[in-house]
Design a protein around this ligand. Structure first.
Ligand code: ADP
Ligand code: ADP
Length: 239
């Protein structure tokens, strides 16, 4: 059974910007999917529709048995908490230290007064430290997030998303702001952790070479439509 089924997804911004033009795709547990396509193809809109950061104009999003396009309020938040998100610009709290940034991903399940007091659950703290070690940030745990390099910030972003214990991980251009060396480390770690946790991962990239290196399945999008869906080895010059 697919973990996520997208049926005829359409997104129109304003009067006539058709960012998504009817996308139908199934995603299965454990897949590491890379979505590629030129700037403006609709990659970001596609990924943001899945967790409803953007509201689709038409279509169905069936995730873990729930129709996300129909949910709102508390029910939507509950399903969203099973979807981890990694952003191009990291979205960390700069003046807060690294481990608190990682624990922030768990805010939805920590009572508000506790998180304000910094009273995180012991097992969350332990797992946060484990994850930070795994990505090589054991010496940065109490540093302010804004003292880190871009690559280090994104590795914190990965830890934050994983600590949420999601079923699905969405990453919107996670390496677009990084130099090639840092980009490789981030993709490698994202790939390794996803395999280890048996996560389904959907990553937007505009670099085809990274897609070929890490994806189990590549989806090519142009002008809001799927123009390729298959194994990296089948990717031709069409993209
Ligand atoms: P990509 O991620 O592949 O670069 P986007 O999803 O960002 O593509 O954009 C797809 C199209 O939708 C582009 O034409 C873009 O200008 C437009 N678009 C994206 N976001 C908005 C928005 N918030 N309002 C209006 N148009 C948007
Ligand atoms: P990217 O291509 O890396 O997603 P953009 O610079 O295209 O970045 O978009 C940055 C932000 O502006 C995004 O939130 C996007 O949804 C929004 N955006 C993009 N195109 C438009 C547009 N034509 N009108 C309004 N907002 C847009």
């Amino acid at each position: 059974n697919p973990l996520l089924s997208i049926k005829n997804l359409v997104k129109v911004y304003g009067k006539d910007t058709r960012a998504l033009n009817g996308i139908t795709l199934d995603f299965y547990p454990g897949e590491f999917i890379v979505v590629i396509g030129p700037s403006g193809a609709g990659k970001s809109t596609f990924i943001r529709c899945i967790n409803r950061l953007v509201n689709p104009s038409e279509g169905k999003i069936i995730f873990d048995g729930q129709h996300l396009e129909k949910l709102s309020g508390r029910k939507l938040r509950k399903e969203r908490s099973k979807i981890g998100m990694i952003f191009q610009h990291y979205n960390l709290v700069g003046r807060t230290n690294v481990i608190k940034n990682v624990l922030h991903g768990q805010l939805s399940s920590t009572p508000l007064y506790k998180s304000l007091l910094g009273l995180y659950r012991h097992e969350d703290k332990q797992e946060a430290v484990e994850l930070l070690k795994k990505v090589g940030l054991q010496d940065q745990i109490y540093k302010r997030a804004d003292e880190l390099s871009g690559g280090q910030m994104q590795r914190v972003g990965i830890c934050r998303a994983i600590l949420q214990r999601p079923k699905l991980l969405l990453a919107d251009e996670p390496i677009a702001s990084l130099d090639p060396l840092s980009a490789n480390i981030v993709m490698q770690q994202l790939h390794t952790i996803s395999l280890e946790k048996k996560l389904t991962c959907i990553v937007n990239l505009h670099q085809v070479d990274y897609a070929k290196k890490y994806a189990t399945r590549i989806i090519g999008i142009k002008k809001g439509a799927v123009v390729f869906d298959g194994a990296p080895s089948r990717l031709t010059d069409a993209m």
